[in-house]
Each structure stands twice: as structure tokens, then as C-alpha cells.
Write a protein that binds this ligand. Structure first.
Ligand SMILES: CSC[C@@H](O)[C@@H](O)C(=O)COP(=O)(O)O
Length: 343
């Protein structure tokens, strides 16, 4: 399957209906590789090893994983075991639990023989809904971007983003990127500063790939450059996605997001967080209660690029993958219902 330039669905049901096709994001932007997941174990591995990633997309992948588990064994014991295994694949994004719970709720009342078909149908519905949620976020973001651009109509609107919260991180459009695509399509001149997002470089590898495919002007910057650019008046707004927003509005997102929010506050640059309701965790009080994924130090000691990875330090490393931006640093939450100043 060829990948066209602009945004598209990042996950789809396999042709025979009994698996799911994902893009292997470890290969992007150098190679387009679609992988067919055929079992719950393969889905779990794809999430854990980040072949697929981004909060809504790991939820969608896990939903199909649970459906595949039901195709293997439709019992309550198998349902509970698969739910637990998939939930443990990555700890921070709440969309994973949300999607697994939705599939489990849909199939538990059914006879075992009907569970697999119902689970696949529920996973399809989760994907369809995610597309609509992101499109709606984009519509509200477009209105916001129009307002921001009207303040300096003589020059492009400069947006800074961190990590990848685009169509590769969702089922389509993206959360933080949906407004960018819609604004670009509407003729608003948008330029995006793309944080490279060490250690895995989701910005340099994935967000830049997405924006290039859609024809959106963009510039990749070192993660350390954002504060300087804000101080120079070269950033009109920061917009990021999130893996979990807690009841008090704290935002858990890719490591480094907090530093961007601090710099934005110090420079009077608005800091927006784009999220669908599936990323809101009303059951967790504050960001301090969110489990922060600690990934392999190899992701820090080595940098992956075209043709392989190279070691960039002779020392050891630590690799916390997410941080918490306190609610007080957030200018607004861009949701499918509109822009709100509290969740
Ligand atoms: C719409 S995706 C939001 C977040 O999941 C995204 O910003 C992010 O931090 C992804 O982290 P990743 O570790 O690449 O899965």
C-alpha cells in the first residue's frame, strides 16, 4: 500500500477482517512499511516497541488487539488476560485503557461465539470516532488560528509543536496538527517550528514528514531552540498533544513539553493543548498521580537515523519519556467541543 502525501488513516482492518494493518513508524520517514498484525501478541509488541505510537493510535491498536484475542479464545478469562496484557504495553497514555474498556464492555454481555465479531466492530467504531474527534478539534483550532493570525496579518502564523501529535499519532488528522492542516488548506499562511523531540525524534522524523507531505512550511529545530525563538518574537503560539489530562487540568505529554510551557509563559506566548475526550482522565486527580514511562537508556545513548543508529555518548543515561505540565501554564484546551480554559 502506497502512502500518499497528505494525512490519511494510520490504521485499518486487514483485508480478511481478522487483523489490523499499521504503518511501522520505526521506519519513517525513510521507508513506508505497512505491517499486518495477526494476533493479540503482535499488537502488544507493536505498541510496546513503538512500531505504532501516539495516545489515540495505541488505543485503537489495542482495541484490535483485544478483538484478535477474542478470535483466539472468546472466554472471560481470555478477555481479562488480554485486557491486562495490552494495558501494560505502555503505561502513560490513558487512551489505551479507555479503548480496552470500551471493547471489553461491548463484548462481555455476549455469548463467546459472538465476541470476536463484536470486538472488531467496536474497534472499527473507535477508529471512526477518533477521525471525527480530530476533525472537530481541527475546526475549532482553525477558528483559533484565524484569530491569532489576525493579530499579525502581514506575516505567517508561527506555531511551535513538540513530539508528534499528528495523523501518525491518531487514526487521522492528529490533535495538534489538525488545526494546522485545516488552516493551511483555508489559505492561512502557517509556518511550524518542529521540535526534533529527543530522544526518539518524533518531531524531526514524523511531524516533519507529515507536514512536508501536506505542503505545510516548517522548520525542524533543536529542542533547546524554542525558548530563544519565543524571546525573539518568532513564535505566535505553542500547540501540543497529550497522553493524559488529569482532573485538575495537568497535562502529561512527551518529555520536554513542560520546558516549552515554561518558556511560553515567560514570553507571553499562548500554550494550547489539543485533546479529545478519550485523553481526559477524570479518575486521576493530578499529574503527580500519572505513571511516567521509563524507556530504555539506549534511546538516549544512541540516535537513530537513515541507515541505522549511532552512539552519541560514552556514558550511561536515563530516559523518562513523559513529563507533566501544570494546568496553570496552559492557556487553553482545544477539544472536539471547542476551546476551553479548563477541563
Ligand atoms: C495525539 S498524540 C499525543 C501524544 O501521544 C504525543 O504528543 C506523544 O507524546 C506521543 O509519545 P510517544 O512516546 O511517541 O507515543
Amino acid at each position: 500500500m502506497k502512502l500518499e502525501g497528505t494525512h490519511q488513516r494510520s490504521i485499518r482492518r486487514a483485508a480478511d477482517g481478522r487483523g489490523a494493518c499499521i504503518l511501522d513508524q520505526r521506519e519513517l520517514p525513510w521507508k513506508i512499511v505497512w505491517v499486518e498484525l495477526r494476533s493479540m501478541a503482535e499488537a502488544e509488541r507493536a505498541i510496546r516497541e513503538m512500531w505504532t505510537r501516539g495516545a489515540p493510535l495505541i488505543g485503537a491498536t489495542a482495541a484490535y488487539g483485544l478483538a484478535m484475542a477474542m478470535a483466539e479464545d472468546g472466554s472471560d478469562a481470555a478477555l481479562d488476560a488480554a485486557h491486562a496484557t495490552l494495558l501494560a504495553a505502555r503505561p502513560t497514555a490513558v487512551n489505551l485503557r479507555w479503548a480496552l474498556d470500551k471493547v471489553a464492555e461491548a463484548v462481555r454481555p455476549l455469548p463467546q461465539a459472538e465476541r470476536a465479531a463484536a470486538a472488531f466492530a467496536r474497534a472499527d467504531a473507535i477508529c471512526d470516532e477518533d477521525v471525527e474527534l480530530n476533525r472537530a478539534i481541527g475546526e475549532h483550532g482553525l477558528a483559533l488560528f484565524r484569530t491569532l493570525h489576525a493579530k499579525h496579518p502581514d506575516r505567517p502564523l508561527n506555531i511551535l509543536t513538540h513530539c508528534n501529535a499528528g495523523w501518525l499519532a491518531t487514526v487521522d488528522y492528529g490533535t495538534a496538527t489538525a488545526p494546522i492542516y485545516l488552516a493551511h488548506d483555508a489559505g492561512i499562511p502557517v509556518h511550524v517550528w518542529v521540535d526534533e523531540t529527543r530522544p526518539r525524534n518524533q518531531g524531526a522524523l514524523l511531524t516533519a514528514f507529515e507536514l512536508a507531505g501536506h505542503g505545510v512550511p516548517h522548520t525542524v529545530i533543536a529542542d533547546n531552540a524554542g525558548g530563544h525563538l519565543m524571546m525573539q518574537g518568532q513564535v505566535d503560539a505553542v500547540i501540543v498533544g497529550t497522553d493524559r489530562v488529569t482532573a485538575n487540568g495537568d497535562v502529561c505529554n512527551k518529555i520536554g513539553t513542560y520546558l516549552k510551557a515554561l518558556a511560553a509563559r515567560d514570553n507571553d506566548v499562548p500554550f494550547y493543548v489539543a485533546l479529545p475526550y478519550t485523553t481526559f482522565d477524570a479518575g486521576t486527580a493530578t499529574g503527580a498521580d500519572v505513571p511516567i514511562e521509563e524507556r530504555s537508556p539506549d534511546e538516549v545513548t544512541h540516535v537513530a537515523g537513515e541507515g541505522g543508529s549511532i552512539r552519541v555518548t560514552a556514558s550511561g543515561a536515563a530516559n523518562p519519556a513523559f513529563d507533566v505540565t501544570p494546568a496553570r501554564l496552559v492557556t487553553g484546551y482545544l477539544t472536539e467541543r471547542g476551546l476551553v480554559d479548563r477541563v
